[in-house]
Design a protein around this ligand. Sequence first.
Ligand SMILES: [Cu+2]
Length: 235
Amino acid sequence: MRRGSIVQLIVIGVLAGAVASAVALIPNWLPSSASREAGRIDFVFWFVTGICIFVFSIVAAVSVYSVWKFRVKPDDDSDGPPIHGHTGLEIAWTAVPALLVTAIAIVSAIVLAKDDAAGANPLRVNVYAQQFFWSFSYPGYGDKKSDVLRLPVNRSVVLEGHSKDVIHSFWVPEFRQKQDLVPGLTPTLHITPNKVGTYPLICTELCGLGHALMRSRVVVMEPAAFDKWASRKGA
Ligand SMILES: [Cu+2]
């Protein structure tokens, strides 16, 4: 391959990479992040996005270069010359994607394991889903009930999911994680909120006519304010 062709390919690849990076970085694609787990999940997201941009740049460079340099005349109906495979190239395009996919698998496994590690003394909260609302109870505080999920900031929380009727799904965009709540099962979800604020809690499993209205709120509070609220009798 001529030196000039390689330079041209690299220039197209860099341009394609720059455009793809701008599309990835300039709009604000993700909601703000309000938990330690969300930060790690975002890291996986950007890690995979970076790999995608890298692969896209190579594919775009080869495609644009081929269309530009190897275009036939409009009246040329002949078949192209028969070509033979290129062993080195085939090994490269098998090995490189295999390495990239392995890297994604390892990074994801580490993040999943870390996100699941609830530590020694997590706050336990029962999450109840039913058509079409959410309710919560705090076994550590005399089984206190609430219609709003109140959590202290910077403390590990283990949510135990319960569905009273059909399948629902617990999702707080700012926490990133999502958990299906299936009748008869009690899945757990570990979250460490790290930003005080109020966030939407949304059901993301079509659960019936009122599904679109099945929403609540998560209020992340300072620990002292949370303790005061949780120790008070009544909702
Ligand atoms: Cu629903």
